[in-house]
Design a protein around this ligand. Structure first.
Ligand SMILES: [Zn+2]
Length: 117
């Protein structure tokens, strides 16, 4: 529950499972907090605010960008989010736009994303 708003939050996976009837935790008005690409502001700005309210979120990480420069979270920051209940999701290895992926190109390998941090 997010006290200031009076709404409950859930990880995106709950919404996906609920759509197929596999999860009954979905409530009307629920929201999900998802931060895209592993940008460091998710750790520096959003994390402390959400933590102070007892709320976790999802960080969708581009595995190939972890710690690439000061704009992206590093492995230590990701592990801190995970220890605090955040869901760390894969947003691909390279963030290739779907329109730039050749039709014959296979999906980026998940093991490579998982090894990244
Ligand atoms: Zn993205």
């Amino acid at each position: 529950m997010i006290p200031a708003c009076g709404v409950a939050a859930a990880f995106p996976a709950v919404f996906v499972r609920a759509a197929s009837g596999a999860d009954d935790r979905l409530q009307k008005g629920m929201v999900s907090f998802t931060f895209d690409d592993g940008i460091v502001s998710a750790h520096q700005t959003a994390f402390p605010v959400l933590k102070s309210r007892g709320q976790a979120a999802t960080a969708a990480i581009v595995a190939g960008k972890i710690g690439a420069n000061d704009d992206y979270m590093n492995a230590r920051q990701l592990r801190e989010l995970e220890r605090n209940g955040w869901e760390i999701a894969s947003h691909g290895l390279t963030h290739t736009r779907p329109t730039q992926i050749p039709l014959t190109f296979e999906q980026e390998p998940m093991p490579a994303c998982k090894r990244a941090w």
